[in-house]
Design a protein around this ligand. Structure first.
Ligand code: X2X
Length: 342
């Protein structure tokens, strides 16, 4: 009797273990994973999320099913809270901008250093090199799993008043800036009147004329037809560029089998590569078709001469020097060197 009981017990354990090895891991999987994005699919950023989600679904035969939440809707549009929400598990995964996560991870302000990256090769020298690795290690320590780089892009300034060719032209202009204080510092240094607000609040503020201008990659200008909200002047000054980063919440990551983790990582790398090409399309060709499209909307596009650009570099230099120590002297020096030798 005793023997039979223990035999039954063993059988029960074996059944549980058997079940565990085949089915229980999959039972830990959620029916749906929530991916946060600021911008939706008509933009390269939104496409980054869509390509990643589609590749994961296809390559896991639907075991990992991801739903996109553009407009950072999981956190009521407050993009500066995205990183904390990711860490806490309110968000399962994201393709996010370095700018929006920099209030929590100060090293990410590196990409917002004024006039640090003169061209696309300079962005690649950072994200694809040692600096990129170091930043991923920092993100990992900060509590998320970083997988791949994408791109929002070079941020150009637009306004409703006049062509901006010198810091003097910016004087007193109300410019909407993103949620990292380095932007308020830069626009104040250039003589403007910066107002920090979320992207959700920026659009009505532009429409109503509560602010005169904003800065964002140019695809956003064409996708949103910003000339219809009074933005009649664009200056291409390429002062900063924000990369995107593909990340997953740590607990979610740990709940997946190693094989599925490898699939999600590779899909992020593939999606990042595809999306960077999409984000640069029309901007890296010699005749820059995107600028032509914008001019065709009746918008005045101003490209700065080297001397004109230099005046903005000079005006923002104190901000650069101030933020260098906040970000980390070593990291910034490493970035400067990687750019010089690109
Ligand atoms: O808010 C912005 O300007 C945007 C959409 O570019 C970011 O989320 C950084």
């Amino acid at each position: 009797m005793k023997f039979r009981r223990s035999l039954l017990g063993l059988l029960a354990i074996a059944a549980t273990l058997g079940g565990f090895s085949t089915g229980a891991l999959a039972q830990n999987y959620k029916a749906e994973y929530k991916m946060s994005l600021v911008l939706g699919p008509p933009t390269p950023w939104g496409q980054a999320g869509k390509i990643w989600a589609d590749l994961v679904k296809e390559r896991t035969q639907g075991r990992i099913n991801i739903k996109l939440y553009p407009g950072v809707s999981l956190i009521q549009g407050d993009q500066t809270r995205e990183f904390s929400a990711l860490r806490q598990g309110v968000i399962d995964m994201a393709v996010g901008s370095t700018i929006n996560w920099s209030p929590q991870v100060k090293q990410l302000n590196l990409f917002s250093m004024p006039f640090l990256m003169p061209d696309y090769k300079a962005i690649d020298a950072l994200t694809q090199g040692e600096v990129g690795k170091e930043i991923f290690a920092t993100l990992d320590k900060a509590g998320v799993v970083p997988l791949a780089w994408g791109e929002n892009g070079f941020r150009e300034v637009t306004n409703s008043k006049k062509p901006i060719k010198s810091p003097d032209d910016l004087k007193g202009m109300k410019i909407r800036v993103v949620g990292s204080p380095i932007y308020s510092d830069m626009f104040t240094a250039m003589g403007a009147n910066p107002t920090q607000m979320s992207w959700a609040d920026a659009q009505p503020a532009l429409s109503s004329g509560a602010v005169d201008g904003q800065e964002n990659p140019l695809f956003l200008f064409t996708v949103l037809k910003m000339h219809t909200v009074g933005q009649k002047f664009v200056t291409t000054w390429g002062y900063v560029a924000d990369p995107l980063i593909f990340v997953v919440n740590k607990e979610i990551w740990a709940s997946w089998t190693p094989a599925d983790q490898a699939i999600v990582r590779q899909a992020a790398l593939d999606a990042g590569q595809q999306e960077i090409a999409i984000a640069r399309k029309g901007l890296t060709e010699a005749d820059k078709p995107v600028l032509k499209d914008i001019a065709a909307m009746g918008v005045t596009v101003t490209s700065l001469t080297e001397t004109e650009r230099e005046a903005f570099v000079k005006a923002t230099r104190p901000v650069y020097n101030k933020w260098k120590s906040t970000i980390g002297n070593d990291l910034v020096s490493k970035a400067e060197k990687a750019i010089q030798t690109r």
